[in-house]
Design a protein around this ligand. Structure first.
Ligand code: AMP
Length: 202
């Protein structure tokens, strides 16, 4: 790949962003940046930040913008992002989206595409239940925010604060809507077709 490709995977909790980000990371050598994973690592390490955000995450609310912006701004400067990155779970507010544009400009980077994984709300609870049982099968603990009550809150937050970011990218002309209800492999195929074009255009 000659120039970096930087993309966003956008969608509600349980839409399959993490799964598709892992696939894209493997296929194109881009670095997956999951803000949820970054925050959970801080909690596991019992860092100051981890202690600050644990309650917010367990309640299904959003961590304040300034924290998230700082976290991502530092992370995309790391050498493993030189070939490009996949943002999974960021931005989640209009403020984050605007700050992302500013930081990319400052760092001489560019956003190539936003893939919106469109999934019906009714499918999300059963997807989350499968995620919990998969973790169990692997002998791993389930996420503390993967339960029906918190999912309801996370979905509400998605609709009120995150979904309104979509017109921002639509206006920029780099939003691609992906049918996220299809089987995982079909979703990957759809993303690959679009991403191949982006990569080949570089
Ligand atoms: P995720 O793993 O992406 O579902 O994120 C888990 C939780 O981490 C979310 O429900 C939020 O509490 C928090 N979080 C992750 N990314 C962000 C973000 N970009 N802005 C605010 N909070 C976030």
């Amino acid at each position: 790949m000659s120039s970096p490709v930087n993309i966003i995977l956008f969608g509600p909790p349980g839409a399959g962003k993490g799964t598709q980000a892992a696939y894209i990371q493997e296929r194109y050598g881009l670095t997956k940046l999951s803000t949820g994973d970054m925050l959970r690592a801080e909690i596991a390490a019992e860092s100051e930040l981890g202690l600050e955000v644990k309650k917010i995450i367990d309640a299904g609310d959003l961590v304040p913008d300034h924290i998230m912006i700082e976290l991502i701004s530092r992370r995309i400067e790391e050498p493993d992002c030189r070939n490009g990155f996949i943002l999974d779970g960021f931005p989640r507010t209009l403020g984050q989206a605007q700050a992302l544009d500013l930081m990319l400009e400052e760092k001489g980077k560019k956003l190539d595409a936003v893939f919106q994984l469109k999934v019906d709300d009714s499918a999300l609870l059963s997807r989350l239940e499968s995620r919990v049982s998969e973790q169990k099968q692997k002998g791993l603990p389930a996420r503390s925010d993967d339960n029906a009550d918190t999912l309801a809150r996370r979905l509400k937050v998605y609709h009120s604060q995150t979904k309104p970011v979509l017109p921002y990218y639509e206006d920029k002309g780099n939003l691609y809507v992906i049918a996220g209800m299809k089987p995982i492999a079909d979703v990957s195929k759809e993303i690959t077709a679009l991403l191949d074009d982006k990569v080949n255009a570089k």
